[in-house]
Design a protein around this ligand. Structure first.
Ligand code: MG
Length: 404
């Protein structure tokens, strides 16, 4: 990545707002490459391979996990960043870290921890991702966490309730939580990762959904976006069928979405820049020299899909909610995941010595229990559940994955 070729509104690592604990510059890497490398070497990153995306980890070897999902988000994000001359390294760092705070068993685990922590300060997975990189990783001799730059942390904290933001601001008044109290957006790289996340899971959940046998390509033809690419593929390759057909449809759909994201975002940035120029008062003419990342943070979100594709993508998402995420078989597994997490929470709260010593020694017991459980992989949570309760909730309940 040539830093001199970055767009004026990109996050330039040479202009980073820096790390909470200042460190000397690295010899051969820019600050956001360094963040990316720290994330890849973290323990939490390696655990993503055994964490559920939609399907529980042991249901089949070819389903997405949080790790492969994060890699796909990084790939999509980098492609767009390159076209738009944004900071690819920062996009990659945010993408690889964005799900580090996810609990075992996907959203089910998170929902369960939210209930368990309701009287103890709550639980939010974006906030947990920030907690992982800020304090839970133990890799440095003289500080906790990974000491990442402001821009990467800003991207990781995608959502945050106002109550939590207010609490975070007490210790870090200009930190990444400030925008949840004062308003504003993150930099464009972070906005881009949010959309890349959405495009990645819409596409791979269709793939995994069909692979699992819970939804079919025929059913998916009620979604205009899928029907459109399905017709295109069959026009070009009349005999193609089965998995090859599905993958060709998804490949074309994703390429078109990425292209649309590039075009629509480029247009939105230029429009925002033009509006900013037009609104500047003459007395400020010598103020901010250009439409830069700080100006982007003041605008409405600029990373976007075109209105037409946004509508079509929303229709696909609605289909996935109805037919896949709420499918009785998925719902049954997520209910079991919720029970495992709730049982573990109760067990550790009662018997903290059952946790690893770092967590057992914490004076803030409910938070330590939540941190400990949130860090678990699906299979470690299941092993611990069996060890502590003597029950094997998942043993008889496994889904039958499709052929692969
Ligand atoms: Mg994600």
């Amino acid at each position: 990545m040539n830093l001199d070729a970055l767009a004026p509104w990109a996050c330039d690592p040479r202009q980073s707002r820096g790390r909470r604990r200042p460190e000397p510059a690295a010899d051969s890497r820019n600050e956001h490459q360094r963040d990316r490398d720290r994330i890849v070497h973290s323990t939490a990153f390696r655990r993503l391979v055994y964490k559920t995306q939609v399907f529980i980890n042991h249901e089949g070897d070819l389903f997405r996990t949080r790790l492969t999902h994060s890699l796909e988000v990084a790939q999509l994000g980098r492609s767009v960043a390159r076209v738009l001359r944004l900071n690819e390294d920062l996009v990659e760092a945010i993408a690889l870290a964005h799900d580090l705070g996810h609990t075992p068993f996907g959203h089910a685990g998170q929902d369960a921890l939210q209930v368990c922590m309701a009287d103890h300060g709550g639980f939010e997975h974006n906030l947990q991702s920030l907690r992982v990189v800020d304090s839970l990783e133990i890799r440095y001799a003289n500080f906790d966490g990974l000491n990442l730059t402001f821009e990467t942390r800003e991207g990781i904290l995608k959502h945050c309730s106002r109550a939590h933001a207010v609490r975070l601001l007490e210790t870090e008044p200009d930190g990444p939580a400030a925008r949840f109290v004062q308003g504003g957006q993150p930099g464009l790289e972070a906005q881009l990762v949010n959309l890349a996340d959405e495009l990645a899971y819409n596409s791979h959940d269709v793939d995994d959904g069909v692979r699992s046998g819970l939804i079919t390509l025929d059913q998916l033809l009620e979604v205009p976006l899928i029907a459109h690419w399905h017709a295109q593929v069959l026009a070009d390759h009349p005999g193609v069928a089965g998995r090859r057909l599905l993958h060709e449809v998804l490949r074309r759909m994703l390429s078109a979405q990425v292209h649309d994201l590039c075009q629509a975002t480029q247009a939105a940035v230029l429009a925002a820049q033009a509006g900013w120029r037009a609104n500047r008062l003459p007395e400020n003419a010598l103020g901010a020299p250009c439409f830069d990342v700080d100006e982007v943070r003041q605008q409405a979100p600029v990373a976007t899909l075109s209105a037409g594709l946004r509508e079509q993508t929303t229709a696909l998402k609605r289909f996935l909610f109805r037919e896949l995420y709420r499918h009785p078989q998925v719902a049954r597994m997520t209910a079991l995941g919720r029970s495992v997490v709730a049982d573990l929470f109760a067990a550790y709260l009662d018997r903290p010595a059952e946790m690893s010593p770092d967590f057992a020694a914490s004076p803030e017991r409910p938070r330590a229990v939540a941190d400990y459980i949130a860090g678990m992989t699906d299979r470690f949570a299941l092993r611990e559940h069996e060890r502590l309760t003597g029950r094997r909730l998942f043993a008889e309940a496994a889904l039958q994955p499709g052929t692969h």
